[in-house]
Structures are given as structure tokens and as C-alpha cells.
Design a protein. Structure first.
Length: 365
């Protein structure tokens, strides 16, 4: 058998060919010769995305990509339109692409951003991201009354001349005043006692300055009159604590909400994290806040200056909370001052809650 002897240059050529065949590489030529550079085979990934405005969505990719195709789909009306994409920009070890929409998204409406991107080595990623229309008209709001307890009682009624008793369900509620025109879509009610997983997102409804809104935090079993008033007619709801002089909004769940003895409750723009208003309350016999989520909420409220802390050195001190000593399931507490502070609240008399009507003290301000 004849041996084939290869020169070192030939051997290097064969090795280079084998590497190119079995292992994707690229090469660079420098003064020392050919340098083999491994090529990444992984497809790009999406790390995060955000809706920044009614016509702008940012998507963050794991590597530099270019957009091959992009569209926005309207899930309800079954149509799509093209999207303008900008060049990728490096941002904190990620690559951001802004997708600019030809038409603004409607606040609260559901859409899908569809796209195909390609990295510098030809790897592609096809994606479909659920997005909601951005609400650029978040109103200013002020919490004016809170009923933190649930109660089940009964009352006598007369039907066809016969007296009988029926169950009456009194759910927790939060009342707030609208200080500027806007839309409630993307405003959420946060209870630190309940935890973030039980946040309640308010519906898409137009409100005007001076309106009072009563949010009933659950629809109790047997409650038949709990109707959310999302249009102009604010007399539709007939459930307990409904008001013909305020807009009633009901959440159709049976879960308990708010802490009986203490809580940190606030209204927040879920899009930006901006707190619109807050109230801290606790029995003064409570020596501390019961969980870390309450302290985290207090930190957030402090950072955004949404509460007047009497004890600045210890923001977790119970003296910074409104004292609800005497609270029962027949009482609420309501606001008497504009300032968000512990002394801006008082307890109602038993069974004298006033949903749909702000206090006389606030009316005079």
C-alpha cells in the first residue's frame, strides 16, 4: 500500500475543511494568518417588552437583530396593520427595538404584536406578544372612604302582605373622588394585606372631574343588583351600598379583600407604577406591620411622597397609620381633609357608612 504523505500546509487545510463542515465557524484574516472564530447557533430570544405609549412598544432581545416583518393584530376586530420598526440599540447588555404603530392602540383593548427578526448569522425568531392599549389619560384620584370588613345580616321584608326575612350581604368597598377627567383603564387597587396577586384592575370607563366612584370589592352570593355602571347611566346598580349619585363598579368574585385590623391600600397606574393616592391604617394595639409586603408598600408610598409620615425617622412606626380603633363590620372610615395623613380620617357611626357621598368637611374645601 502506498502511503500518502501530506505536508503540514495540506494537513491544516484538511483540518480547516472538517471544522467548517461539522462545526459552524467564521474566519478573520490577520497578519498571523487565518483565525477561526466559532459562530453562535442559538436563535435570538426576547428578554422583556413594554408598552410605552399608545403607539410605541419596546422589545428587548438577547442579541442584535434586524426586523424581517412586523404587524399588530386586533383580536376583536380581526384585522392587522403594518408596524414601523427602528434599528436595534444596545441597552444594558440587551438589544432594544422600538416598534412604532401607524394607528394608536385603544386603552384597555387587547392586541398581538407579531414579528420575525433575524440575527447577524441568519438565525431567526418568530414571536407573537400580547399587548394592551396604553391609557394616556389616567385621571387624578383621591380615596375618600374605605369599608374594610364584610358582613352578612338579614332584614325583614313584606311580599304580598306576608313578612319574611332575607339575607343582606355587605361587601368591602373603596370610594374615591375623581379630580381630573380621564379613563380608569389600567388603574389598579392594591392591598398590601392581600398581596399583589389579588390586585383589582379597574375597567375601561370614562370619568369626569367631580365624579364619585364606589368600587365594591366582591359580589356576594345572592347579590342580584350588583351592576357595574360603565356608561352614562349611574342608576343601574341596586346592590347593597349602591348609590344613584355615584358610579358603582363591582368585581364578580367572592374573595375577601382588605385587612380588618391593618392594611396599606393605594390606587396605582399599573403601566408606570405611579401611585395616585394611598391610605395607611391600623389598630394602634398592633405593634408592627404584619408582613414584608406592607413594609415594601410603605417604602413605595414614601418614595413617591403620597403620605405624610409623622415619624420620619421610623416610617414603619404605627403612629404613621390612621388609628382604626373601634372599627367593626358596621363601620367605615372616611376622609375629612385633603392631605394624605393619619389625622385626615374618622370612623363612621355604626351602620352610617356614606358610599357615594364625600364628607361635609371635604365639600367645604
Amino acid at each position: 500500500m502506498k502511503k500518502v504523505c501530506l505536508k503540514s500546509a495540506e494537513i491544516l487545510s484538511i483540518v480547516f475543511f472538517v471544522l467548517m463542515w461539522f462545526y459552524p465557524v467564521s474566519c478573520k484574516v490577520n497578519e498571523e494568518g487565518i483565525k477561526i472564530v466559532p459562530v453562535e447557533e442559538s436563535s435570538p430570544e426576547i428578554n422583556e417588552y413594554s408598552v410605552n405609549s399608545s403607539d410605541n412598544i419596546s422589545v428587548y432581545f438577547s442579541k442584535k437583530v434586524s426586523v424581517v416583518e412586523s404587524k399588530i393584530f386586533d383580536e376583536e376586530e380581526d384585522f392587522s396593520h403594518e408596524v414601523i420598526s427602528q434599528d436595534a440599540e444596545e441597552s444594558e447588555n440587551l438589544w432594544k427595538i422600538d416598534f412604532v404603530l401607524n394607528e394608536p392602540l385603544k386603552a384597555g383593548k387587547n392586541y398581538e404584536l407579531y414579528g420575525i427578526v433575524e440575527d447577524e448569522t441568519g438565525n431567526t425568531l418568530t414571536f407573537s406578544l400580547p399587548v394592551s392599549g396604553y391609557n394616556e389619560r389616567i385621571p387624578s384620584l383621591r380615596i375618600t372612604e374605605v369599608r374594610p370588613m364584610y358582613a352578612k345580616t338579614s332584614k325583614s321584608v313584606t311580599v304580598d302582605g306576608e313578612k319574611s326575612k332575607i339575607d343582606v350581604f355587605k361587601a368591602e368597598f373603596i370610594e374615591f373622588e375623581v379630580l381630573s377627567d380621564g379613563n380608569l383603564c389600567s388603574v389598579e387597587i392594591v392591598s398590601a394585606y392581600d398581596g399583589e396577586e389579588k390586585n383589582l384592575m379597574l375597567p375601561d370607563v370614562e370619568v369626569k372631574q367631580g365624579e364619585i366612584v364606589v368600587v365594591h370589592l366582591r359580589l356576594c352570593e345572592g347579590e342580584t343588583g350588583g351592576i357595574s355602571e360603565l356608561e352614562d347611566d349611574i342608576t343601574l346598580s341596586t346592590g347593597y351600598y349602591s348609590s344613584d349619585f355615584a358610579r358603582d363598579i363591582w368585581f364578580s368574585n367572592s374573595d375577601s379583600h382588605l385587612g380588618d385590623k391593618q392594611d396599606v391600600v393605594f390606587l396605582r397606574d399599573s403601566q408606570t407604577g405611579k401611585i395616585l393616592d394611598a391610605v395607611l391604617y391600623s389598630l394602634q394595639t398592633e405593634l408592627s406591620w404584619k408582613n414584608d409586603s406592607m413594609k415594601s408598600a410603605i417604602d413605595e408610598i414614601k418614595n413617591q411622597e403620597k403620605w405624610n409620615f409623622i415619624n420620619e425617622e421610623d416610617i414603619y412606626s404605627m403612629e404613621n397609620a390612621y388609628d382604626v380603633t373601634g372599627i367593626t363590620n358596621t363601620k367605615s372610615f372616611y376622609r375629612i381633609k385633603e392631605e394624605s395623613a393619619p389625622d385626615s380620617w374618622v370612623l363612621s357611626l355604626a351602620s352610617k357608612e356614606t358610599p357615594g357621598e364625600i364628607s361635609e368637611e371635604l365639600k367645604k374645601l
